[in-house]
Each structure stands twice: as C-alpha cells, then as structure tokens.
Write a protein that binds this ligand. Structure first.
Ligand code: IMP
Ligand code: MG
Length: 217
C-alpha cells in the first residue's frame, strides 16, 4: 500500500540503490566519512532503536493529552530539530510548529544562563497550547529563561518535552511534563546534540570521546 504510486506502480528508488548486488556510487567514500565522524564517539548511551521506540511512546502520550486542543510545538534551535521532526510524525492530533534560536554566553560545554534571543517566533502564542521541544536539559538555566519569556506572552498552556535530562546537573527547577531519558552527568553528542557544531547527524546519542572532552569541565 504505502509503496504504491498514484498509478498503482510500485515505487522504486531512482538509482540501483537497494537492489541486490548493486551499491550506490561513492559508497566507499561514504564509509570513510562515517569512520571519521565516529572518532568523536565514546560509548553509545542510547541506540537508534531505543531512541525511536521512546519517541513513539512520547508521541502517543502527547497525542492523548492534546486531543481537541490547539497545539503549537516550539522547537529550540538547533539541537531540537531532529527530535521534533520525529516526534511530530508520531502525533495524531493537529499541530503547528515554530522555532526560536537562543544563545547562551557560556563556554563550549557549559551554560551560563545568560541568554539572548537570536531568532524569535513567527507565530503569536497568546491563547495557544504551547509545548516547548528541547533536546536536553542540563543546568535548566536556558529553559528557565525561555519559560519566563514565553509565559509573558500569555499562552493558554505551556509545557515542555525534553528528549534528555541530566538531573544531577540541575541548578534551577523547571517543570518538564515529558522526558525521554534521564542520563548521567556526561557530555553527549548525536541526534541533534553537538560538540562545537559537529556530530548532530549521528542517529544515536553517545558520550563524547574522552580525547575531545575539554579539561574545563
Ligand atoms: P542548560 O541551560 O544548562 O540546561 O543547557 C541546555 C543547553 O546546553 C542544551 O539545549 C544544549 O544545547 C546544551 N547542552 C547541555 N548539555 C549538553 C550535552 O551533553 N551535549 C550537547 N549539548 C549540551
Ligand atoms: Mg540547545
């Protein structure tokens, strides 16, 4: 069913990709790049399958809670994009999305809680059921600032879904309605999370390789 085109023809990949014995052009080079990317990876904390299974559960839970409401997902750029895209496709209720970009003035792997809005929302959140989508809550300072900022705009409701949380690192309490996984106090990369803007494209969550961890932390 899902593979059938408008004329009933079975959809096929444009090249020979996926057919027995055929490999996409440049496959060797691709494998080389992958190995390079994985140099940054220490231990894999949450594999792709576990991640996706939890997102299915979160999607079902959020869909049940938001039936008949006016859901607006607010993603925090850039890390939440990957989680948001997968989560949204698990929602069975109508919803809209918008994004904010904020920047903290802290060091590379630490948050100072001093936050600047780099890109604001396009959609007016007044009277909307707003669900903030975050990649990870560490000290909680960034989210705490964001919540205060959003409350002032008078949404009907305001909740948070975070893929990851590091409870040990929390400096300020922020109410998080939905959490994907609690993780230990390690610096993680992948599935949207970066180290110096790299590694967001890993499909799993891993601990940053010890050789790359800055001594400052
Ligand atoms: P907080 O203000 O300390 O809660 O910091 C939250 C932000 O810091 C997240 O949205 C991430 O961008 C970043 N962050 C915190 N911990 C990690 C991590 O382990 N890996 C990558 N980014 C992180
Ligand atoms: Mg972030």
């Amino acid at each position: 069913m899902g593979n059938t085109g408008p004329e009933g023809a079975v959809a096929r990949p444009a090249s020979g990709v996926g057919e027995a014995g055929l490999r996409p052009a440049g496959a060797e080079a691709g494998e080389g790049r992958e190995a390079e990317l994985e140099k940054g990876v220490g231990e894999i904390l949450i594999d792709e399958e576990t991640l996706q299974a939890r997102i299915v559960e979160l999607g079902a839970e959020i869909s049940a809670d938001y039936g008949g409401r006016d859901l607006l997902l607010v993603g925090v750029l850039k890390g939440a994009v990957f989680f948001m895209a997968d989560l949204m496709r698990e929602l069975t209720v109508p919803c809209e999305i918008d994004f904010m970009a904020i920047s903290s003035y802290g060091a590379a792997t630490d948050s100072s809680g001093v936050v600047r809005i780099l890109k604001d929302l396009d959609i007016n959140v007044a009277g909307r059921d707003v669900l903030v989508v975050e990649d990870i809550i560490d000290s909680g300072l960034t989210l705490s600032y964001l919540m205060r900022n959003l409350v002032a705009r008078k949404p009907a409701t305001l909740e948070v879904v975070a893929l990851l949380t590091k409870p040990e690192r929390r400096e300020i309490e922020v109410p998080v309605r939905y959490v994907g996984f609690e993780i230990p106090n390690r610096f993680v990369i992948g599935y949207g999370l970066d180290f110096a803007e790299r590694y967001r494209n890993l499909p799993y969550v891993a601990v940053l390789h010890a050789d790359l961890v800055p001594n400052a932390t």
